[in-house]
Design a protein around this ligand. Structure first.
Ligand code: CP
Length: 320
């Protein structure tokens, strides 16, 4: 495959190949020299039209650990603020010889447009587009679940994952529903009716409005950020009301099975969807998810760009 635009692009075998490769890449972090020569001479451009901390830094770290040259582009401070189009920005990147373009954009569909436009020859990786998708987040989340849930095999067959909160604006939720169901998990979305997208009944998951009813049956509960910046105030209950009905606090965490984990993609609104007590508890994997993001993104770049060297000496990983 040349691009990663949607979690729906991945078959079960594709997803397992990324996760298994990410496990190999994670072993690099344990070595004294953390770098691999696999993408030497290749150029990865991080093209960010929207703010990011975790995704941007981890793609940069991932590309550098594979010895790629990295160009970081942020729309703020660029000629985009003078009105330059996506097409002209893309042609500029093409002139610089980009092999992969990692794009985050406020418009849903921008990565797809870039991948199919013919403006560039590079592989395109969606790093989050509007309210549409964030496939590498779903992959790193699956890696985190696979590591934690005891007895889990290569996939997540039969695992019960609850995703809670602002599903309407969440590209993380959409990509997770698609990937988790591909991997055999059973997903339940929990949200106020006003924060569910139209057509959610066609998604391959269950929907509930009652968080307390599903906690005891969850192997992982993923709290979503309430995206006030994308929200019409009329759709939103008061912060206090939201936290009371849909927030995860210590009392609710105690209702989870002993083995269950609490996840959050970040950034967190502490005190809104998750209390500080839960965010800082050993059951919360938010920081570990960030670390898993580096190895997952190393795997994605390696597989898309088809590194010419074995991923790790002594272990051959075929490109997807
Ligand atoms: N989870 C995530 O995408 O975080 P950033 O917005 O900081 O990249």
């Amino acid at each position: 495959k040349r691009h990663l635009i949607s979690a729906a692009d991945l078959t079960r075998d594709d997803a397992l190949l990324v996760l298994d490769t990410a496990e190999e890449m994670a072993r690099v972090a344990d070595r004294p020299i953390k770098k691999l020569p696999t993408l030497r001479g290749r150029t990865v451009v991080n093209l960010f039209f929207e703010d990011s901390t975790r995704t941007r830094i981890s793609f940069e770290a991932a590309a550098k650990r594979l010895s790629a040259d990295v160009i970081n582009f942020s729309a703020k401070g660029s000629s985009v603020s003078k009105g330059e189009s996506l097409k002209d920005t893309a042609l500029t990147l093409e002139a610089m010889g980009a092999d992969a373009v990692v794009i985050r954009h406020h418009s849903s569909g921008a990565p797809h447009r870039l991948a199919t436009s013919g403006w560039i020859n590079a592989s395109v990786v969606n790093a989050g587009d509007g309210t549409h998708e964030h496939p590498t987040q779903a992959l790193l989340d699956a890696l985190t679940m696979r590591r934690h849930l005891s007895g889990v095999g290569r996939d997540l067959e039969g695992r019960r994952i609850t995703i809670v909160g602002d599903v309407l604006h969440s590209r993380v939720a959409r990509s997770n529903v698609l990937l988790l169901t591909t991997l055999g998990a059973e997903v339940t979305l929990v949200a106020p009716p006003t924060l569910l997208p139209i057509g959610v009944e066609q998604w391959p998951c269950k929907v509930s409005y009652d968080l307390d009813a599903v906690l005891a049956k969850s192997d992982a509960v993923m709290m979503l950020r309430v995206q006030r910046e994308r929200m019409n105030a009329a759709f939103f209950p008061t912060e206090r009301e939201y936290a009371r009905r849909y927030g995860l606090d210590g009392l609710r965490m105690a209702a989870l099975p002993e083995h269950a984990i609490v996840m959050h993609p970040g950034p967190m609104n502490r005190g809104m969807e998750i209390t500080a007590e839960v965010a800082d508890s050993p059951r919360c994997t938010a920081v570990e998810q960030v670390a898993n993001g580096v190895s997952t993104r190393m795997a994605v770049l390696y597989l898309l760009l088809g590194g010419s060297e074995p991923a790790i000496t002594g272990t051959r990983t075929d490109s997807a």
